[in-house]
Design a protein around this ligand. Structure first.
Ligand SMILES: Nc1ncnc2c1ncn2[C@@H]1O[C@H](COP(=O)(O)OP(=O)(O)OP(=O)(O)O)[C@@H](O)[C@H]1O
Ligand SMILES: [Mg+2]
Length: 453
């Protein structure tokens, strides 16, 4: 069942059309002029508009323009008399689906409505597919580590216990925080995120607790802080270890006393929030080093959840690849690409310093860059290489060495790899390297390369 809006000033036409549309089991709304029609569109989610060309107050063409501007996915069928058919043609050029001529023919009306609704549905599907590419990810992974995380989430979500999520960059800390919120009794309330690392120390207090107008020079209006905005929901303080000691003291007081004041106000505010925090730092070490308050750490760390790095749960990699391949395919009607077995093996062995975020970006990139249906190991290696940044950047392992040491180190690694690739067959490896076998023998001895047979 779809919702169809008729905008026509003639009551007779509205009645006839309404009856026909109801017989087709759609819901009908009617308006006597353009303003009324646009007001309805603001309130209701309409699928199709049937719009008279000639209307009092605001002409049909202007109404059409407005609809197409505000709601590009809604289809519009124009109704015109014989005298103004040229306007109806113009309307189609402006994006109307088609037009009906008076006197109205029953068959034609029914057909046009059917087809217009079909198109509208397709457009919506397309839009939602595009959206889903940017939408939040489902949390993927069935490794033991992921199962343990889900258990923690389900156990702790229904309570109001504070949760501290730790893990390296891109391991999914934010995703975990959102899952906790979604599975909690606060799921219909707000989920408010604050990236503590991104806010300068001078502003963090106002960001968290808000301020009154005039509290400081740039406080031109009264402003709610994130603590207040999260009322009834979850407050997620990300990168908590990057907060200054000064800000830590304020947060500690707010969660200890469950109240705070806006800057420039004496009045205490109490809020009902669930606090989740996250950091990619080793927070226990930060405490030891005196950079993070111990008392705050114990307050926050009621339920710890650790998001493991991707290379600690390599069994999830294939599943993640499949998920992102599906997500980043260019069109819903095309099958999504797969990665060849050899390609997968390379990706499983790769260290993923940027964790799931890096993997996600990588899959998006190869989806765009290659037409291969089954992505080859060569393509995988090529684009993994690109990730390493500038070709001129010197690998860290060489940066502290003298030239001779670096040369020897590289030579050893390179020869070892070539030997390995050739099953330690010295004459074959030598041929590929373009040197004499005796020469290779000499280097193996000098550099202390181990021959494994
Ligand atoms: N298990 C997972 N399944 C699917 N997508 C994931 C998973 N883990 C992370 N992602 C995706 O990877 C990206 C990075 O995740 P997220 O932002 O949650 O990581 P983070 O630990 O908060 O990173 P940072 O420390 O850099 O802020 C996001 O796009 C997220 O949707
Ligand atoms: Mg994050």
């Amino acid at each position: 069942m779809s919702k169809i809006l008729i905008i026509d000033d003639e009551p007779g036409i509205r009645t006839v059309l309404s009856d026909i549309i109801r017989d087709e089991h759609h819901q009908v709304l009617t308006a006597g002029d353009g303003f009324e029609g646009l007001a309805i569109l603001k309130e209701e989610s309409v699928d199709l508009v049937i719009l008279d060309v000639w209307l009092p107050n605001m002409g049909g063409i202007d109404v059409l323009k407005e609809i197409k501007k505000e709601y590009p996915n809604i289809e519009v069928i124009m109704i015109s008399g014989h005298a103004n058919i040229d306007i109806a043609v113009k309307a189609v050029k402006l994006g109307a689906y088609d037009f009906l001529e008076k006197p109205l023919s029953l068959d034609k009306i029914i057909n046009l409505i059917k087809n217009a609704l079909k198109l509208e549905k397709l457009k919506k599907e397309n839009a939602s597919l595009k959206n889903s590419m940017f939408m939040e990810d489902r949390m993927i992974g069935s490794s033991e580590q992921m199962k343990a995380i889900w258990t923690r989430i389900y156990q702790s979500a229904p309570t109001d216990a504070k949760i501290l999520i730790t893990g390296k960059n891109g391991t999914g800390k934010e995703l975990i925080a959102r899952e906790i919120h979604k599975n909690s009794k606060r799921s219909t309330g707000p989920f408010i995120e604050v990236n503590c690392a991104a806010i300068p120390d001078t502003l963090i207090e106002s960001e968290l607790f808000g301020h009154e107008k005039g509290a400081f020079t740039s406080a031109v209006a009264r402003r709610k802080g994130k603590f207040e905005m999260a009322h009834g929901g979850t407050l997620f303080l990300d990168e908590i270890a990057d907060m200054s000691l000064n800000a830590q003291a304020k947060v500690l007081r707010a969660i200890q006393e469950l109240k705070f004041e806006r800057i420039g106000s004496e009045q205490s505010i109490t809020v009902d929030i669930r606090l989740i925090t996250a950091t990619n730092k080793d927070i226990a070490a930060e405490v030891k080093a005196g950079r993070f308050r111990e008392d705050l750490y114990y307050r926050l760390n009621v339920v710890p959840i650790h998001a493991p790095s991707l290379n600690e749960r390599t069994t999830d990699i294939e599943e993640l690849i499949q998920y992102f391949m599906e997500k980043f395919r260019s069109n819903i009607n095309t099958e999504y690409k797969t990665v060849s077995r050899e390609g997968l093996n390379v990706l499983i062995k790769y260290k993923w310093p940027g964790n799931v975020r890096e993997l996600k970006n990588f899959i998006e990139r190869i989806n765009i860059m290659t037409d291969e249906k089954i992505i080859s190991v060569g393509t995988v290696k090529y684009y993994l290489q690109e990730d390493k940044g500038s070709k001129h950047a010197i690998n860290n392992e060489y940066s502290d060495l003298k030239l001779n040491e670096a040369k020897d180190k590289f030579e050893k690694q390179f020869l070892t790899q070539k030997l390995e690739e050739n099953g330690y067959n010295i004459s074959r490896a030598a041929e590929i390297l373009g040197i004499y076998p005796s020469n290779l023998h000499g280097k193996i001895k000098k550099l202390g390369i181990e021959i494994i047979k």
